[in-house]
Design a protein around this ligand. Structure first.
Ligand code: NAP
Length: 286
């Protein structure tokens, strides 16, 4: 049995689909009782548990031998991961695959890299087998502004420099391999997509796929701060996000890592493919 935290989220949704298709037994964890029926309908066992409630986490892990751990980007995410790691250990889980972020290490200069690193070091010291997936920015973030792209033909570029976006379906495929393959203990997989793309290049891809002229529009740090605040993000997380995005204009977020190709034996999905697969989201309903 593989227990999947964050089961209704961006990475775990395709991960669960893949694991079920492989014939694995999956227990999906949600904090929202309203999502239980939908997860069951996919063919999962389901547990309702909250990262703030250790007893519920232990119950969710009981009977599982492997776990996939991801939390939302939240001010409490290091504590949430610590609670889940402790619960997995207490419940007898043998191997945890955890998703953090590219560049997370004890030497990381950024807050996000430090927070993810604390979770990584905790897992490494837990005595359980571990594998880390460390993705860069997800292509799926583009869906957050899909309605605006459809309505106004504008791509809001809050990065201002090249980013080697990765498709969360590729993160899920690497996680699935880590959960089911041989010799996955003590591996860390830094994950990027196949190319670094500027905002203008993303707008060009949207133009190509939709057949409508889409323009890139720069977004200032203060506009980004206001938008994230309006979405309910905690100020400390907003600061960490802006600290990271400020690296893009310097060109530090555009490097390509070949890990997806080397681990999966096929190229990472391109941003153009991602847009094609979600083309309907970027076009207004007629
Ligand atoms: N987005 C990016 O570009 C990016 C890039 C690199 C790294 N990351 C990292 O990736 C992680 C986010 O991954 P993701 O996008 O797959 O996650 P996500 O979709 O943001 O969240 C995963 C799930 O966590 C569950 N959840 C929320 N609060 C919970 C709670 N209190 N207890 C239990 N479950 C709870 C939610 O499901 P339910 O409502 O069903 O409980 C949610 O669907 C973050 O650590 C972020 O720092 C993100």
């Amino acid at each position: 049995m593989i227990v999947i935290f964050g089961a209704t989220g961006t990475i775990a949704t395709p991960l669960i689909q893949t694991l079920l298709a492989m014939g694995e037994k999956v227990r999906a964890v949600t904090s929202d009782p309203a999502k239980v029926a939908g997860l069951r309908a996919k063919g999962c066992d389901v547990a309702v548990a909250d990262f703030t409630d250790p007893a519920s986490l232990i119950q969710a892990c009981t009977g599982a031998d492997k776990a996939f751990l991801v939390t939302p980007a939240d001010a409490d995410m290091t504590q949430w991961k610590a609670n889940a790691i402790e619960a997995a250990k207490q419940a007898g889980v043998r191997h945890v695959v955890m998703s953090t972020g590219l560049g997370a290490s004890p030497k990381a200069g950024l807050a996000l890299g430090q927070w993810h690193s604390q979770s990584q070091e905790l897992l490494k010291a837990s005595g359980m087998d571990w594998t880390l997936v460390q993705p860069t920015y997800f292509m799926q973030n583009l869906l957050w502004q899909a309605d605006n792209i459809a309505a106004n033909n504008v791509y809001l570029d809050d990065l201002g420099g090249p980013v080697s976006w990765v498709d969360a379906r590729d993160i899920a495929d690497v996680a699935a391999l880590a959960l089911t393959g041989e010799n996955q203990n003590e591996k860390a997989y830094g994950l990027t997509g196949p190319e670094g793309l500027s905002g203008e290049q993303i707008a060009d891809l949207l133009t190509t796929v939709t057949g409508r002229k889409i323009d890139a529009q720069p977004v200032s740090l203060e506009q980004s701060r206001a938008a994230m605040g309006a979405g309910g993000m905690a100020p400390v997380v907003i600061d960490a996000m802006l600290e990271l995005s400020a690296l893009a204009p310097k060109g530090y977020l555009g490097a390509v890592d070949p890990t997806i190709q080397s681990v999966l034996g096929r190229p990472a999905r391109s941003f153009e493919q991602f847009i094609r697969d979600n083309a309907g989201a970027f076009s207004a309903a007629s």
